[in-house]
Design a protein around this ligand. Structure first.
Ligand code: NDP
Length: 449
């Protein structure tokens, strides 16, 4: 038998050749394949079944035109995507991202990650992702609505509660899910609540879904710190981003007695020596849809805005990258390590570059990869699907308890799997292998499809 590592290296080169100009997808695949050699050594049947070859090829990729008209009557054309990556464990599940950087490689990276993340939740959901290069910044509500309606006019034929269940991601929150759901309902004449998650409460949405990713990322950090005998209470934190994930990361940190000092957007970051005033930040971001620079202007002398800067230069005990991919590089990691960071929990997807991950691990910093640390969002989405199927609405306490249990369990599985494969404390290896084994076993059982 060929050496498993060599075989995976050959496969990786082939994947890069067959999927040119998709650097984020290559990075996501490489990060998983780099950890799988011991699994292939222990389970040769995986190689015989061509599992990696099948896993890296999406079951279906849909690309479509999205024409819409702005408030001045001008016609715009964006591109829409849905990549239905793997349905061995359940219907495709994963968010929609509206951001100018979205292309097929970005959607494939996110969809590929989603397969393993969703498997880790243990909740019977497959992996998918979608979005558009539409930029919602500066667009009126009416423009966003017309865009969402046009997007759904094509997407509706590909999705369904038993087929593919999209949700939010960057640029897609409660407002957009509302417009998308309305158009789906209108076209299909079906009240099919389980076709989208992240809906509003009162029309099928789950308690705690908006909070779930940020809350889960903090809970995961708490679990990693507990292994080291440390509590979040009294620690300082740096958080990047100021969207859905970042806001609720800040909220949960404050609930647990930690002090988040920063937030950011694509123009720069805010550091607030007194700790973030969440009510003010929410007013600016959620109500006014403004920029974090306005927070510093209104908060008073404790806060300042650093244009173009990166939050990672601010000393803190724990770090929560919660904005976007590759936002924390090697120099940022060195700065965090020099300042004594104890744990890093990825609220965003793939925010830490591979070099930075290695630096954290070599320095003994507990590092929670997004597949595990930010799985709380999709986990509560799956709970939303359960509530929709049963036409019921669970209490806030019940959903929050379920979320806490799921995050604990993901941590336990990742931690124990890492130990089983001789990589104690390496949550990247643990999460990749645990997720992979669940999907791989289902694919083995279901034959070559
Ligand atoms: P939002 O759109 O609510 O917020 C995104 C935030 O990140 C904004 O502050 C935005 O700033 C910033 N940002 C986005 N792109 C860039 C960029 N290229 N450079 C610098 N800053 C940027 O998105 P979410 O909070 O929902 O998502 C954040 C991350 O979390 C993403 O990686 C997403 O995939 C991941 N995630 C989200 C889940 C969810 O439930 N929403 C679930 C699991 C993971 P600006 O406004 O200036 O663009």
């Amino acid at each position: 038998m060929t050496d498993p590592k060599q075989r995976l290296d050959v496969l990786r080169a082939d994947i890069e050749r067959r999927n040119p100009a998709q650097p984020e997808f290559h990075q996501a695949v490489r990060e998983v394949l780099d950890t799988l050699a011991p699994v292939f050594a222990a389970r040769p049947e995986y190689a015989e079944a061509g599992l990696v070859e099948r896993l890296v090829e999406p079951e279906r990729q849909i690309i479509f035109r999205v024409p819409w008209t702005d408030d001045r009557g001008r016609v715009h054309v964006n591109r829409g995507y849905r990549v239905e990556f793997n349905s061995a464990l359940g219907p495709y599940k994963g968010g929609l991202r509206f951001h100018p950087s979205v292309d097929i490689g970005v959607v494939k990276f996110l969809g590929f990650e989603q397969i393993f993340k969703n498997a880790l939740t243990g909740l019977g959901i497959g992996g998918g992702k979608g979005g558009s290069d539409f930029d919602p910044h500066g667009r009126s509500d009416a423009e966003v609505m017309r865009f969402c309606q046009s997007f759904m006019t094509e997407l509706y034929r590909h999705i369904g509660e038993h087929t593919d269940v999209p949700a939010g991601d960057i640029g897609v929150g409660g407002r957009e899910i509302g417009y998308l759901f309305g158009q789906y309902r209108r076209i299909t004449n079906r009240w099919e609540a389980g076709v989208l998650t992240g809906k509003g409460q009162g029309w099928g949405g789950s308690e705690i879904r908006p909070e779930a990713t940020g809350y889960g990322s903090v809970l995961f950090a708490g679990e990693m710190l507990a292994v080291k005998g440390v509590s979040l209470d009294g620690l300082t934190a740096v958080v990047s981003g100021s969207g859905n994930v970042a806001l609720y990361t800040v909220e949960k940190l404050q609930q647990l007695g930690a002090n988040p000092l920063t937030c950011s957007d694509s123009q720069g970051y805010v550091v607030d020596d007194k700790g973030i005033d969440l009510a003010l930040l929410r007013q600016i971001k959620e109500v006014e849809r403004g920029r974090v620079s306005e927070y510093a202007a209104r908060r008073g002398p404790s806060a300042r805005f650093v244009p173009g800067g990166r939050v990672w230069e601010v000393p803190a005990d724990v770090a929560f990258p919660s904005a976007t991919q590759n936002e924390l590089g090697a120099d940022d990691a060195r700065a965090l390590i020099a300042n004594g960071v104890k744990a890093v929990s990825e609220g965003a997807n793939m925010p830490t570059t591979p070099e930075a991950v290695h630096l954290f691990q070599a320095a003994g910093v507990a590092f929670g990869p997004g597949k595990a640390a930010n799985a709380g969002g999709v986990a509560v989405s799956a709970l939303e699907m359960s509530q929709n199927a049963g036409r019921s609405a669970w209490s806030r306490d019940r959903v929050e308890d379920e979320l806490a249990g799921i995050m604990r369990e993901i941590h336990r599985v990742a931690y124990e799997t890492a130990a089983r494969y001789d990589a104690p404390g390496d949550y990247v290896t643990g999460a990749n292998i645990a997720g992979f084994e669940r999907v791989a076993d289902a694919m083995l059982a279901q034959g070559v499809i």
